[in-house]
Write a protein that binds this ligand. Structure first.
Ligand code: FES
Length: 236
C-alpha cells in the first residue's frame, strides 16, 4: 500500500518510542484553568464511572499541549481517572484525532481511503510533502505545518479532500476544517494562505461543482428515460 511508509516517523506513529521531547522525564500537569475544567468534566460522571471522561480529558490535554499528547499526559490522565495507563493508551491509539507525536500548528490530514485515492489523494499528499519539504508525520522547521493521513472523513463525493487541524489558538480557538475538490496547485495555495495568517474558504474548492454534482457536469441521465417495456394488453 502506497500509504504505508517504512520510515521512522511512520513507526513512531504506530507505537511509543522515547524521544527527547516525549519521555517520562518530562512531566505533564494540567494548567490551573484546565484543572478546573477537569473537575467540571468529572462532575458529569458517577465517581465509579469517571473513566468515561477519558476522551474529554485527552482532548483537553492535547489542546493544552499544542495539538499532541506526550506519554506523560496520558499517564497523568490515567492517574486522575484511577485506571491503569494502558486504559488511556488504548483510547488514544484508537482515535486518529489524537496525535501522539509533535504536529505542526496546522496539521494536514490527507484522506487515504478509496474514493479520494482514485481522485488523486497521492498527488495531493506529494504536493504537500514536496512544497513543505517534509516526510509524512514530520514537522516543518518553523513548527507551522505537518502532514498526516486520515481514513474516510465522509466527503467522498467531493474527493480528494483533506482536513486541517488548526492548533494555532490553543484550546479556545481549535478548528478542524475540511477542504474538498482539491488539486495539487490548490492545496499549495491553501498552505500559503495559512502561512500568511489568512483563512482559506473551507469546503469545495472547485466553484464549478454544484453541491455534490460531478465535476465537469453530468454525463449520464441527460434525457428522459425510455418507458419500461410492457405487455400489449389488447392482444391478450
Ligand atoms: S474517501 Fe475521502 S472522504 Fe471518503
Amino acid at each position: 500500500m502506497r500509504f504505508l511508509s517504512p520510515d521512522f516517523n511512520f513507526w513512531i506513529w504506530l507505537q511509543h518510542l522515547d524521544t527527547p521531547d516525549n519521555n517520562l522525564n518530562i512531566p505533564f500537569e494540567f494548567t490551573e484553568a484546565n484543572m478546573r475544567q477537569v473537575k467540571e468534566i468529572l462532575s458529569h460522571y458517577p465517581s465509579n464511572y469517571k473513566q468515561s471522561a477519558v476522551i474529554a480529558l485527552l482532548d483537553l490535554a492535547q489542546q493544552q499541549h499544542g495539538g499532541w499528547l506526550p506519554v506523560a499526559a496520558m499517564n497523568k490522565i490515567a492517574q486522575i481517572l484511577g485506571v491503569p495507563n494502558i486504559r488511556v493508551y488504548e483510547v488514544a491509539t484508537f482515535y486518529s484525532m489524537f496525535n501522539r507525536q509533535k504536529v505542526g500548528k496546522y496539521h494536514f490530514l490527507v484522506c487515504g481511503t478509496t474514493p479520494c485515492m482514485l481522485r488523486g489523494a497521492r498527488d495531493i499528499e506529494q504536493a504537500l510533502l514536496e512544497h513543505l519539504k517534509v516526510k509524512r508525520n514530520e514537522v516543518t522547521k518553523d513548527a507551522l505545518f505537518s502532514v498526516g493521513e486520515m481514513e474516510c472523513m465522509g466527503c467522498c463525493v467531493n474527493a480528494p479532500m483533506i482536513a486541517v487541524a488548526d492548533y494555532t489558538k490553543g484550546a479556545e480557538g481549535f478548528t478542524y476544517n475540511y477542504y474538498e475538490d482539491l488539486t495539487p496547485k490548490r492545496v499549495v495555495e491553501i498552505v500559503e494562505m495559512l502561512r500568511r495568517g489568512e483563512t482559506p474558504p473551507v469546503g469545495p474548492q472547485d466553484s464549478s461543482r454544484i453541491r455534490s454534482g460531478p465535476s465537469g457536469g453530468n454525463t449520464t441521465l441527460l434525457s428522459d428515460p425510455k418507458p419500461p417495456p410492457f405487455r400489449d394488453l389488447a392482444s391478450c
